[in-house]
Every structure is written in C-alpha cells, then in structure tokens.
Design a protein around this ligand. Sequence first.
Ligand SMILES: [Fe+2]
Ligand SMILES: [Fe+2]
Length: 186
Amino acid sequence: MNNNDLIERYKASNISVPMSMIGWMRSNHAGETGAVWIYIGSRCVFWNKDIKKMSREHCQTEKNHLIIMNHLLKNQNKSKLLLIWRVLGFSLGFFSAVFGYRFFCVTIQAVETFVEKHYQEQIEYLYTHSISYDLLKVLEICCEEEVEHQNDAGFKKGKINNYIENFWSRVVGSGSSLAVSISKLI
Ligand SMILES: [Fe+2]
Ligand SMILES: [Fe+2]
C-alpha cells in the first residue's frame, strides 16, 4: 500500500487540523514515533520468534499511523524532542523483550491501554464540541487498531498479571502519561 492509498484508507485527505488540536496531534505524532521504535527495539531480540512475529505485525500498523500523523501535522508543529521519543521507545521495546515474551506482552498491553485512553479523550473532545468530524474518524480508526494490539498482547499473555507485572504496567502508564504531557507542549 503506498502513502496515498493509506491516506485514503484513513480518510485523511483534505483534513486541516484545528488549532485546539495541535498539542494533541503533536503528542500523537510523538507517540506513534515512539511506538514504531518500541518494535524496532524489540525486534533486536532476534532469538525470540514470538516477539519477532508480534513486533513485525504491530510495527506495520504503527508505521501506517505515523505516516498519517506526518501527513496531518505540519513540520513546524512536530515535537522538538523526536530523538528522545525514539531512544525511549527503542529502550522500552528492547529491554521489555529481553525479559521474555510474557513480559513484552505485559508492556505492550500497558502501552496500548494508555494509548486507547489517550485517543478516546480526543475523540470525545471532537465529538462534544462538534469539531472536525473527519479528524474524529481518523482518530477512531487509529484507536480501534491500538485496541487490536492491546487485545492481541493480552490474549497471547494469558493469565492475569502478578504483582510485579501490575506494578510495571503502572510504571509504563505513568511514563506514557508524562511523555504525552511533555510532547503536547514541545
Ligand atoms: Fe499507533
Ligand atoms: Fe499500537
């Protein structure tokens, strides 16, 4: 699928981002950058076939999301800290994968649970204020695909989290929240 097909698929042609959404869209672009790099990092754990398979599948969707965010957000509005988001994404993907498939799935489930909430806030804002129905539809498609990742990781992980995994999930959620707050501003 080339970029034009993707932009059509996400219904993202001819959308201009409202001023009130610039901060949010900056954080979306930064987040999708981080997401792509999570899976670049995890694929470095090449000896684990399950991690490699999930990373390859999820990474393709994250690359699509990044192309869409790149298309929607002008360069001047992008985060100035993209290098940091790449390094943090790579580190999170690599180090969680080093601890094995289950721990990697716990991490992905935690990240995607946060991302779902993050997209839902924007969808609700656009819906409540009747702003840009077109942008709302794009964010809805992205959000649905994040939920698919979340469910995929949750299903493959299986049984409920233990104490350490719950603690780690909260750390990942708080870290993601902090990254969003910063990337909304800069
Ligand atoms: Fe994504
Ligand atoms: Fe995702």
